[in-house]
Design a binder for this molecule. Structure first.
Ligand code: ZN
Length: 360
């Protein structure tokens, strides 16, 4: 499944008219409340067929299914089985995942069986254009990064390949979605990109062996580990250099682990305003995903919804001659096989009249 967190665009009235719901009254669908805009909801992307790329509101689809099955209080029941926010959903584990699968299957089937426009008006299926995608996990408990995990990247940064995974923390407030802009902070002149495979934890893990580590993965998504090189390097401010607002674009969807047979066999490409900057395969990782997770889990509990960024291949802007940092108007796109494309527009931050003198 491709799980997304989304918000509906546009006024409620267009999304769900009471009349549209009542027209499906035979099935008990009229018991549903009209959909709401601006609220984050958990969805799944329809992968194929005439409605490909449409987004199913999973909680709503389940409520509809329960109503069709004559279950009493279908909405309350759906709320208890299938949370609408990604973190609660991941914490609920396989029970919620099973509910999501059956809700998605029901919605796809309903598009065939019933009047498809009504299903859409009931807010169960939304065309891609009528929703705004947020990060698949909008506010993870923590975002853990791995430094120099691709030998060629370590070399281009003039560093030795590490002997164990070098972990760092990235503020979870840096996370943005696939439709958000990367705002360049006025305090940095060297904001760089790092295309990366992101791992989302599904089951709490503490002291887990490498052999069993992947059993704790909910799925994978594309990430850009945006980095202010001037803070990371010369100033020794690694945390700040990794954690400015907007420095962790994630998306477009959380692709569940069952659809990624081998996370070490994925192609990754980063383009900057149309120019190919990074091209690598995840098999080049010095420490594969399972080893990173096992190593981290011996030192800290990885919790559902935690995101682990697994390092970047060579080709970052700082290593180029001349260096190529992000500029206002750039479009940076990270694409990973099976996981999709994460496309971010780059904009200048609001520049103060005087240059900030942080730490100087
Ligand atoms: Zn990185």
């Amino acid at each position: 499944m491709q799980l997304v967190t989304f918000e509906r665009r546009g006024p409620d009235a267009e999304d769900a008219e009471p009349g549209a719901l009542h027209s499906m009254g035979d099935l008990g669908f009229d018991s549903l409340e009209p959909s709401t805009t601006g609220m984050r909801r958990l969805g799944a992307v329809i992968g194929a067929g005439p409605d490909a790329a449409s987004v199913v509101d999973l909680n709503r689809a389940l409520a509809l299914k329960l109503a069709a099955d004559d279950v009493g209080a279908p909405e309350a029941e759906a709320d208890s089985l299938l949370p609408t926010d990604a973190l609660s959903f991941l914490r609920d584990g396989s029970r919620a995942l099973d509910a999501a699968r059956s809700a998605l299957a029901f919605a796809v089937d309903a598009l065939d069986r019933y009047d498809a426009p009504d299903v859409r008006r009931a807010g169960v299926v939304e065309p891609r254009g009528s929703v705004r995608l947020c990060a698949p996990v909008p506010r993870p408990g923590k975002v853990v990064g791995v430094a120099r995990n691709y030998p060629a990247h370590a070399a281009e940064r003039g560093a030795a390949a590490p002997e164990e995974p070098v972990l760092f923390l990235k503020a979870s407030s840096a996370v943005i979605g696939p439709e958000d802009e990367i705002r360049l902070p006025a305090a940095s002149r060297q904001v760089d990109f790092e295309g990366e495979l992101a791992v989302v934890i599904g089951r709490s893990m503490r002291e887990v062996d490498t052999e069993r580590a992947l059993e704790h993965v909910a799925g994978y998504c594309v990430a850009n580990d945006v980095t202010a090189r001037d803070f990371q390097g010369q100033r020794g401010q690694h945390f700040i250099g990794k954690s400015c607002d907007g420095f962790a674009p994630l998306g477009p969807a959380l692709v569940t682990a069952d659809e990624v047979s081998d996370p070490q066999d994925l192609e990754l490409r980063t383009t900057l305003s149309g120019e190919l900057m990074q091209s690598g395969r995840t098999k080049e990782m010095l420490f594969p995903v399972a080893e990173i997770l096992a190593f981290a889990s011996r030192l800290m509990t990885l919790e559902p919804g935690d995101v682990v960024l697994t390092g970047t291949p060579s080709g970052v802007g700082a290593a180029r001659r001349p260096p190529r940092f992000l500029r206002d108007g750039d479009v940076v796109e990270v694409a990973i096989e099976r996981l999709g494309r994460l496309r971010s527009h780059v904009r200048s931050g609001v520049r103060p009249e005087r240059e900030p003198q942080i730490g100087r």
